[in-house]
Design a protein around this ligand. Structure first.
Ligand SMILES: [Zn+2]
Length: 412
């Protein structure tokens, strides 16, 4: 077997690994490069491997840095199957069209404001490309032994990262002793809500694993767990009459937040506040999370059997339409707003930041990885009452669209 790293080396995005045997070429993940411009430009280069020469693609999970290059790869000629767990397939069905939509918006914006040296500026891929890619999906269950040839196949096992996330374990048998190669994709933590823990694996001949946090410990802050920190912020903010604003990844983190907030309410650790989930993708993902019962850990299963809705807080409101989103602005009593995206680089969260930042009673809670150069990274650890805070935020703005957005809406 031969392994080639085509992305996610010396950076965390753009995951793509080519695994070749004597008769098969398989791509593990087909991720988009995200973050600073020099990285994003790599998405525009020629495909790293001839799409026509690849027999199959296997996806570890639905996040765009593992799937978001797929429509481009398909537009460039890939026609083979794309294997993933049923939940990953469902999540990718909402993520890829959304990514295409953002690409099209970006091109439209650049054309309108003459911001591209290309005339006309084109999207990296279109909604049609995304829909064509989705046609190629083939769901594979956890534990199913799937053959790609007479001597070569793979199995998916829970990775505990997001719904549907999986390790991919390839196995090649033949004249020589059997060889296994294990790709972890992103690895989750133990004892997290909703989904299974990462699978304990007995062994593998070769192991390819993510190492984003490889040099760090997930230390609790001031000896407090994430749940306790969230409890403190919600309680303090509610006491001073403010709103807790949470930029969140729409898939995974938003649902975990709902789960934990519901627990805190139930345990009387926080007041029961209106919780607004302002992201159509997060709202759609809540349904996907609820439907994929095969992904639920024991605790989640027991809660559902008891007749509860583990992802619904007592006063949860889901905002899909723009009108529903705008209506949240009128609510000035203590509340919690969960909105995308998680690094505050775009999306509805920007409207809420503009609305809520000037009021120092409010809190902003960053709950996920903040990539270098994003607003989230620039504001990390800042207090909303800090006069320098909004300057910091505006310095982190990266694209010209953001500049326009802030100047025209008056974040001063
Ligand atoms: Zn991921």
């Amino acid at each position: 077997m031969k392994l080639t790293f085509l992305g996610a080396t010396q950076t965390v995005t753009g995951s793509k690994f080519l695994l070749e045997t004597k008769d098969r070429r398989v791509l593990v993940d087909c991720g988009l490069f995200q973050g600073p411009k020099d990285l994003r430009l790599r998405n525009w280069e020629d495909p790293p491997v001839d799409p026509d020469s690849v027999d199959a693609i296997v996806l570890t999970h639905a996040h765009i840095d593992h799937t978001g290059y797929l429509p481009r790869f398909v537009a460039q000629g890939y026609k083979g199957p794309v294997y993933a767990t049923p939940a990953t397939v469902d999540l990718a069905r909402i993520l890829l069209p959304d990514a295409a939509h953002l690409q099209e918006e970006e091109a439209r914006y650049r054309n309108k404001h003459h911001l591209s040296k290309h005339k006309p500026a084109l999207p990296l891929y279109t909604l049609d490309d995304a829909m064509t890619a989705i046609e190629l999906f083939r769901p594979v269950q956890y534990g199913e032994v799937f053959s790609l040839s007479r001597t070569f196949g793979f199995q998916l096992k829970p990775a505990g990262h997001i719904l549907g996330s999986s390790f991919v374990i390839f196995n090649e048998s033949g004249e020589a002793a059997a060889k296994t190669v294990l790709f972890t994709g992103d690895i989750g933590r133990y004892d997290q809500p909703i989904i299974f823990d990462p699978t304990q694996v007995d062994g593998a001949d070769y192991l390819v694993l993510e190492s984003t946090y490889g040099n760090r410990l997930h230390a609790d802050r001031n000896g407090k767990t994430a749940k306790e920190q969230l409890r403190d912020v919600v309680t303090m903010t509610a006491q001073r009459g403010g709103t807790v604003l949470i930029p969140s990844f729409a898939i995974g983190r938003a649902q975990e937040l709902l789960y934990i907030l519901r627990e805190l309410e139930l345990e009387n650790q926080i007041p029961v506040l209106p919780v607004y989930v302002d992201s159509p993708m997060a709202v759609n993902a809540v349904d996907i999370f609820r439907n994929h019962v095969e992904e639920h850990d024991l605790e989640m299963t027991q809660l559902e059997r008891a007749g509860g809705s583990p992802l619904y807080t007592q006063r949860v409101h889901f905002a899909r339409t723009v009108e529903e989103s705008k209506a949240i602005n009128d609510h000035r009593f203590p509340s919690i707003i969960i909105s995308a995206n998680g690094m505050a680089t775009g999306g509805r969260i920007l409207h809420h930041l503009i609305q809520r930042l000037p009021d120092e009673r409010n809190s902003i809670v960053f709950v996920g990885f903040q990539a270098y150069g994003t607003r989230g990274a620039a504001s990390f650890g800042r207090s909303a009452a800090d006069p320098d805070f909004r300057n910091r935020l505006s310095r982190a703005r990266e694209s010209s669209r953001d500049r326009w957005f802030f100047s025209s809406r008056g974040l001063r």
